[in-house]
Design a protein around this ligand. Structure first.
Ligand SMILES: [Mg+2]
Length: 223
């Protein structure tokens, strides 16, 4: 019988692109004030650079294109500390409300600690969960797929691995550690998200695949 349900955060419970857009808006505002270029133009340019090159070099390319003399790390900080409101997917609210009084609920999430905790605050979801682990709080080497956080989670609830399930969106890292520890695993494939097109390689796959979190209810009942 399942007693513990642990979720990934980004692109599992909410659309991380909303966070990215908030960050872009904040950086566009800062640069627009400083260089008198329209905020919409800068924002649009960042979206274009993201589509073309993916993450990682957007601010470098932007500064090069406009000859901005900026410390990239400063722009990254502005991006990271953007305070726009985030919102869970509708099915996340639905399923958390259904599960919260009958199961122990947790989150295990990767990413820079301060950024992840800001997201959690902005989403205003702490009340739904009994235990939230930001892997970065233990150190960079403990990010998924490291098993440590999954073991910590079991320990906290005094729970056996076969009583626990982990739900995530990224087959490159979400299910490896979870499986090694003995969790059941569920992959959510949504209409958008960075990882929806990633193929699962052998050993990386989840036990179940769903397209809507409400499908979890039946899976958990039948395990
Ligand atoms: Mg994710």
């Amino acid at each position: 019988m399942i007693r513990l349900i642990v979720f990934d955060l980004d692109d599992t419970l909410y659309n991380e692109f909303e966070f990215v857009k908030n960050g872009f808006k904040e950086v566009a505002k800062y640069l627009s004030n400083k260089y008198a270029i329209h905020i919409d133009e800068l924002y649009k340019k960042m979206r274009e650079l993201l589509n073309k090159y993916g993450r990682g070099t957007i601010f470098d390319r932007l500064c090069e294109e406009y000859s901005f003399n900026e410390e990239i790390m400063n722009l990254v900080e502005i991006y990271r500390s953007a305070e726009g409101k985030l919102k869970l997917y509708d099915d996340s609210y639905e399923v958390l409300k259904k599960l919260q009084y009958n199961y122990n609920l947790g989150i295990i999430t990767d990413g820079k600690s301060s950024v992840q905790w800001n997201k959690i605050k902005s989403l205003d979801i702490e009340n739904y969960f009994d235990k939230i682990i930001v892997t970065d709080d233990f150190g960079r080497e403990y990010w998924k797929p490291h098993e440590y956080s999954y073991k910590k989670m079991l320990e906290y609830f005094n729970c056996k691995p076969h009583e626990a399930v982990y739900i995530g969106d990224n087959p490159a890292k979400d299910f490896i550690g979870a499986r090694k520890v003995g969790f059941y695993t569920v992959r959510i494939i949504r209409e958008c998200g960075d990882n929806m097109k990633l193929k699962e390689e052998k050993g990386y796959e989840a036990d179940f695949t769903i397209n809507n979190l409400n499908e979890l209810i039946n899976i958990i009942k039948n395990i």
